[in-house]
Design a protein around this ligand. Structure first.
Ligand SMILES: Cc1cc2nc3c(=O)[nH]c(=O)nc-3n(C[C@H](O)[C@H](O)[C@H](O)COP(=O)(O)OP(=O)(O)OC[C@H]3O[C@@H](n4cnc5c(N)ncnc54)[C@H](O)[C@@H]3O)c2cc1C
Length: 505
């Protein structure tokens, strides 16, 4: 870690910050990054792991959002298209990659073929046709892209373009950028109360959830980016604060599969939902459900019933043999945040809630991963405005590690020819130009350049790098948040015990 956890906690207690961000999901991380780039002294805390909640439980798409098109929110679609393109070009080319989507339209599809064709045409137009042609393709062309696609009885198949990413790594990269600019980053540290001075919020009382220490953090401004917890944190400022958001649970399943797919599948479902089947990390990601949720956001989990529903919905478009429950490697769930009707917001776009509380705290929640950077920049501007000082950049700034995949893979191959090709590709995709730092974290120890599990591409040096450079403090931080080991279902007892040893070293 950058200076060690004790040192970070000490800095949290002893520094007078310009901005404290509560919540290190995608939005909080972007806020901290943007404010740090503006020259502010920033601290960011999270009650759990960084990006450990919604921001590691998404469908991992950077998309314009066909759904918003159906709702008529053209501005939002255009903005999201723009964001995904500048991410792929400038902000994080290694983390954001183009992906084709096939929409099969059958007799039971809730949307007619002509509607889907018209929709994807308009979708492409709003992206200025920059991704390739959207429109009808033959069933044979669809099956070439997705071999197990069921084509019997289909009225037609339609193709459109979006991007896919790795949600948690986007947030981690922003935190790395914030830390490079001097920010203090402390996960597993919960804001349990706010400091008040003359009626104004002036920091927070924070509890270290690993060591138990209480830390009082002084800050001139506070942003509440606590996602599904946004109203709980608003009530720390004003116990009478009402409800600004509604929650909905979405679950995913990760299966062995996806080999030979060059496109994802978007199956329209009744009620305006879709089922995604996405080739991701050499596996198949299926989801998602959408159920109202009023439980504890920390307790959200994908149930057996969720997985059964996900497999059944994917089965409308895919052959049964690729959806065998025995192929499920892992599952996860997250909580969507939607603006509550009538919530008192000073800026409520269709999906984002931003408000300033009685004590001046800026609360921001909802929106999409796709527009995380914009939402974070807006929150940082709003919070820093009363303080004067530096300005948040409006141009797209590359995240640490930003680089073209081919170039990163080439330089890794030259520097580390002994690493297997799949490991090099994995490191390049996750760390970009910083992959070389991960390899260096092995310190020349060949054991640390070995695989964490023989069936996956993650190596031990990632665990060391996660511990020393990316704030990982628990076994789950490493297996879920810094590697793909848990998502692959490879986090067995041997692996867990060995990770424990790495953390204690
Ligand atoms: C099922 C699902 C699929 C999705 N798919 C997509 C997609 O494909 N593309 C897309 O663009 N968007 C998608 N989204 C939306 C996207 O994931 C979210 O908009 C985004 O992750 C929200 O980030 P956040 O930082 O606001 O919230 P979170 O990631 O939940 O972060 C909030 C953080 O605050 C912390 N916190 C809470 N209380 C405290 C406290 N008191 N003290 C300290 N820390 C605290 C939490 O631990 C948490 O880490 C999806 C969402 C869901 C649920």
């Amino acid at each position: 870690m950058r200076g060690g956890r004790d040192e970070q906690l000490e800095r949290l207690a002893s520094t007078s910050f310009d901005l404290l961000v509560i919540g290190a999901g995608a939005i909080g991380s972007a806020t901290a990054w943007c404010a740090s780039l503006a020259g502010a002294r920033v601290a960011i805390v999270d009650r759990g792991d960084v990006a450990g909640a919604t921001s590691s439980a998404s469908s991992k798409l950077m998309h314009g959002g066909l759904r918003y098109l159906a709702m008529g929110d053209i501005g939002l679609v255009r903005e999201a298209h723009h964001e995904r393109r500048i991410h792929a070009r400038t902000v994080a080319p290694h983390l954001v990659r183009p992906l084709e989507f096939v929409v099969p339209v059958g007799p039971e599809s809730p949307t007619a073929l002509w509607q889907v064709r018209a929709g994807v045409f308009l979708y492409g137009a709003l992206a200025r046709f920059a991704d390739g042609r959207n429109g009808r393709i033959s069933l044979a062309a669809a099956r070439r892209r997705v071999p197990p696609l069921l084509t019997g009885g289909l009225r037609g198949t339609v193709l459109y373009h979006d991007h896919q990413t790795h949600d948690a790594r986007l947030a981690l990269s922003a935190l790395a950028g914030a830390a490079d600019a001097g920010a203090t980053v402390v996960p597993h540290a919960e804001a349990v109360a706010l400091r008040m001075q003359g009626g104004a919020v002036s920091g927070a009382e924070v509890r270290d959830r690993l060591g138990g220490a209480a830390v009082s953090v002084a800050a001139r401004a506070v942003v509440n980016a606590s996602g599904p917890w946004v109203d709980a944190v608003r009530r720390l400022e004003d116990p009478a604060a009402g409800t600004s958001v509604l929650l909905s649970k979405g679950a995913h399943a990760v299966l062995t599969g996806g080999a030979g797919w060059t496109a994802a599948v978007t199956t329209p479902l009744p009620g305006g939902r879709v089922s995604f089947a996405i080739p991701w990390e050499g596996m198949l990601l299926l989801g998602t459900t959408d159920e109202p949720y009023d439980g504890d956001p920390a307790a959200v989990a994908a149930s057996d019933a969720d997985v059964a529903q996900i497999l059944a919905e994917a089965g409308r478009s895919l052959a049964a043999d690729v959806l065998d429950p025995a192929l499920v490697r892992s599952r996860f769930a997250g909580v969507r945040v939607l603006p509550a009707a009538g919530s008192s917001t000073i800026r409520a776009r269709r999906e984002t809630v931003v408000n300033r509380g009685r004590g001046g705290m800026v609360s921001v929640a909802g929106g999409k991963l796709t527009t995380w950077r914009l939402i974070g920049a807006r929150a940082a501007r709003l919070a820093l405005a009363p303080l004067g000082g530096g300005s948040v950049p409006r141009r797209p700034v590359p995240l640490p590690g930003a680089g073209r995949l081919a170039a990163v893979e080439r330089s890794l191959a030259e520097a580390s020819p002994d690493l297997p090709v799949d490991v090099r590709a994995h490191l390049a995709r996750h760390y970009g130009t910083r992959a070389a730092e991960v390899v260096a974290a092995a310190g020349g120890d060949p054991a640390l350049l070995g695989r964490i599990h023989p069936d996956g591409p993650d190596i031990w040096a990632q665990a060391v790098y996660g511990r020393d450079r990316e704030w990982a403090a628990t076994v789950d931080d490493i297996l879920r948040g810094r590697t793909t080991v848990a998502l692959r279902g490879l986090d067995d007892e041997r692996v867990r015990a060995e990770v424990e040893r790495v953390l204690r070293r």
